[in-house]
Design a protein around this ligand. Structure first.
Ligand code: IMP
Length: 196
């Protein structure tokens, strides 16, 4: 079952509160430590490759900001913004690019940086899109992975943490544009989004 996101029906008076978080999964400290490890691994793997880190707006900005500071090899940063067409759910799988890369990635080593991989449809779309640009290589890095909801076999090369089939917020992840600024990742109470 897809989560019943209907952002267009949300009222502007939804007030975010830390009490809306049912459980903290990964503290700020835990996130920092794991992202440092990811950055170290990526730095090893991309030595002499001058990778282009492609962040997926908006959710990946917090992760990207941390990750890039732990990457010690020369790298470039660019962003794409995408949107699902479907109104029923964010994970309709029909995706369009709202903001494309600023620069060409032809012959470059691209690392897509995502906030969370859920069904995998968005990441799959982005992977395809990058492959069509004659890149030297393309890999994927996600702060969080929710493998239980995967609808395809998309490969996530670098994963921060796996999460259970719950709706999580914080560290860039939102519900109706709220909670992105929480310094930790936590499970949002289902009552908040009318789920479960
Ligand atoms: P996918 O195409 O189903 O993999 O969806 C990926 C996108 O859905 C992510 O980049 C998030 O923006 C959003 N998303 C999926 N699960 C969650 C969640 O638990 N919290 C917040 N956003 C989520």
């Amino acid at each position: 079952m897809l989560h019943p996101f209907r952002p267009e029906q949300l009222s502007a008076d939804v007030q975010p509160s830390e009490a809306d978080v049912q459980e903290i999964l990964f503290s700020a400290q835990t996130m920092q430590a794991r992202i440092a490890q990811l950055g170290a691994q990526i730095s090893l793997d991309y030595e002499d490759k001058n990778p282009v880190l492609v962040g997926v707006l908006v959710g990946a900005v917090v992760f990207m900001a941390d990750l890039m500071r732990h990457i010690t090899v020369p790298s470039f940063i660019d962003f794409v913004a995408i949107s699902s067409y479907g109104k029923e759910s964010r994970s309709s799988g029909v995706v369009r690019i709202l903001k494309d890369l600023d620069e060409s990635v032809e012959s470059r080593h691209v690392l897509i940086v995502e906030d969370i991989v859920d069904t995998g449809l968005t990441l799959n779309y982005l992977l395809d899109s990058m492959r069509h640009r004659n890149v030297a290589s393309v890999r994927t890095c996600a702060m969080l992975d929710k493998p239980s909801r995967r609808l395809n076999t998309v490969k996530v090369d670098y994963v921060g943490f796996e999460v259970p089939d719950e709706f999580v917020v914080g560290y860039g992840l939102d519900f109706a544009q709220r909670y992105r600024n929480l310094p930790y990742v936590g499970i949002l109470r289902p009552e908040v989004y009318g789920g479960k």
